[in-house]
Design a protein around this ligand. Structure first.
Ligand SMILES: [Zn+2]
Length: 145
């Protein structure tokens, strides 16, 4: 993924750290997903089946990204949401890393860290028919209350 601290549209991310600073702030596994675009193994993340009410924020910068109200059971092995908290909380990039299977990558709009991918038209009974497939390790749940 991009290392230059600029969003796809060319603006600078509100939170921009050097690679060394990200490595210091994040665990090795967090860094591998958030800053290197990795994917945690399915059914291993701590929030895959979480039903606790609250807000999910970016584990890299703390920006609020998703709420438990839009989380649904997709049975895909990762936490799934049908919409982000706000339209500008995340940004999208075309991901062509798998030949013949273009995907849409989802990143935090505040710091540019990789969160997961979004898929649509899969037939899930949600208001948007979109599935934001998000790595547990890329977010942190702040329980309501
Ligand atoms: Zn972030």
């Amino acid at each position: 993924m991009s290392e230059h601290g600029l969003t796809p549209s060319g603006r600078e991310y509100p939170v921009t750290l050097t690679d060394a600073q990200w490595r210091e702030r994040l665990s090795r596994d967090e860094y591998g997903v958030l800053r290197q675009g990795g994917t945690e193994r399915p059914f291993t993340g701590e929030y895959t089946d979480a039903t606790t009410e609250g807000t999910y924020s970016c584990r890299a910068c703390g920006a609020d990204l998703f709420t438990s109200e839009t989380k649904f059971e997709s049975h895909c092995g990762w936490p799934s949401f049908f919409t982000p908290l706000a339209g500008d909380a995340v940004e999208y990039l075309e991901d062509t890393s798998i030949p013949g299977r273009p995907r849409t990558e989802v990143r935090c709009a505040t710091c540019g860290s990789h969160l997961g991918h979004v898929f649509e038209g899969e037939g899930y009974p949600t208001p948007t028919d979109q599935r934001y497939c998000i790595n547990s390790i890329a977010v942190r749940l702040r329980p309501k209350g």
